[in-house]
Design a protein around this ligand. Structure first.
Ligand SMILES: [Zn+2]
Length: 424
């Protein structure tokens, strides 16, 4: 039986879905896509009818470069961001004044949800500029009156000094940068007693990484999820329960699909997150395939904010297929962090040897376990390989390397090197 709250929400979502469809008809791509799917905006009468609408994917947006997905005159756009495209042209994301307002409100809700209040000192240690994490968090934090330090990335020693000198309470950065920060602070013997909240996003991370970050930085760590195509960060965020992320259902309609067949999956089933934003003016999107793998959670949260999604466990395009088995880099990270003698710095190499996929994992030995020359290297290597085998279901080669010898990442970590060449 639906609660009154649920009915009111569904009513709001349907109204906004219809509005979004109307807005989408200002875009040539969507006029054509709906025609080809044989659907008119007026055919959508219930929320379930969304299944009749076609998907939008990253490639479509790229082909619309630069302004093919604008639903408003270009003059109404007050800001542009682009995604960090790894190949070819980036994707352009455009915002009206109303969009920037909505976005700041969403971020403000997230910051409030994790307990931050006016006057708290907040260091935003992500890339400012075209990346949405910088300005997105910045304006949301100012909206609720936090004291914002736009630290951006780089110069880690200076970042630590700022935390100490300004009495920083909360930090936002990527989880891999947070780990680097902890490492540098430990190396310097620097204490950061005022810091109590960490918000980490822009790359998937694991529960064991959370434990590690909380212990080493002395923070409560919250998972942040977003993507530039949906404004940026602020799509979903953890509440103090820290068991799954709240999607703001008034602004985003979410579905989970099987990434291969495109069929919709049920609650609790893991698949690709598909989002239809409900309030976007400049760039409305219909059923956008995020590529992120997660699930809709079974139970509503004890905090009363409604249904959550699970932690993002990978990207459908990050998924490695090794000898026919699906492997996510986050699974590897999870295993390595749980082993006290090795660290969370690793690189995965994939090669094809005699027509067979071979995976080699280079991982740093922890400083504490490294005495210049480890005596029982072979035994440790075997132990790591067997733990990986247990979780991944395939055998991997393990190479132990000295602490501090692998590259560190300030933005998104690049931990997989696939040397098999183009397979498809
Ligand atoms: Zn909650």
């Amino acid at each position: 039986m639906e609660t009154l709250q649920g009915q009111a929400l569904a009513h709001h979502q349907l109204k906004q879905l219809k509005w979004t469809l109307g807005q989408s008809q200002n875009i040539g791509f969507y006029r054509k896509a709906l025609q080809e799917a044989g659907v008119k905006p007026g055919d959508i009468r219930t929320l379930d009818d969304v299944e009749r609408l076609p998907f939008t994917n990253k490639k479509d947006l790229r082909e619309g470069y630069p302004f093919g997905f604008l639903a408003v005159p270009r003059e109404k756009v007050v800001r542009i961001h682009t995604t960090s495209g790894t190949t070819g042209k980036p994707t352009v994301v455009a915002y009206t004044r109303g969009d920037l307002d909505n976005w700041s409100d969403l971020i403000a809700r997230n910051l409030t949800m994790v307990g931050l209040r006016e006057g708290d000192v907040f260091q935003n240690s992500v890339n400012y500029g075209l990346f949405t994490g910088g300005l997105g968090f910045h304006y949301g934090a100012e909206r609720i009156g936090l004291t914002v330090i736009p630290a951006a990335t780089g110069n880690t020693k200076r970042q630590i000094e700022m935390i100490q000198d300004f009495g920083v309470n909360a930090i936002h950065c990527t989880p891999s940068y947070a780990m680097h920060l902890a490492e540098v602070a430990e190396g310097e013997g620097a204490k950061m007693p005022t810091l109590h909240t960490g918000m980490f996003g822009a790359e998937p991370w694991s529960e064991s990484m959370r434990t590690e970050l909380e212990k080493r930085l002395g923070v409560t760590a919250f998972d942040s999820y977003g993507l530039s195509e949906m404004y940026g960060p602020g799509v979903a965020f953890e509440c103090p329960e820290r068991d799954g992320l709240h999607i703001w259902h008034d602004s985003y309609l979410v579905e989970i699909i099987d990434p291969k067949s495109g069929e919709r999956l049920g609650t609790g089933e893991r698949g690709e997150l598909v989002i239809t934003p409900l309030v976007k003016e400049a760039m409305p999107l219909i059923r956008y395939r995020t590529g992120d793998i997660t699930k809709l959670m079974e139970d509503e949260c004890a905090c009363g904010r409604g249904q959550k999604i699970g932690r993002i466990t990978g990207r459908s395009d990050d998924m490695l297929v090794i000898r026919g088995i699906n492997v996510f880099p986050s699974q590897i990270e999870h295993v390595l962090i749980s082993l006290p003698d090795v660290g969370n710095h690793f690189i995965v190499y994939i090669d094809r040897v005699n027509h067979l996929d071979e995976m080699t994992i280079e991982v740093e030995i922890n400083r504490a376990s490294f005495s210049g020359e480890l005596r029982d290297l072979a035994k440790l290597r075997e132990h790591v390989a067997s733990e990986l085998h247990n979780t991944l279901g395939i055998r991997t080669a393990v190479k132990l390397v000295e602490p501090g010898s692998l590259p560190r990442f300030e933005g998104k970590a690049k931990r997989v090197v696939d040397r098999r060449g183009q397979l498809w």
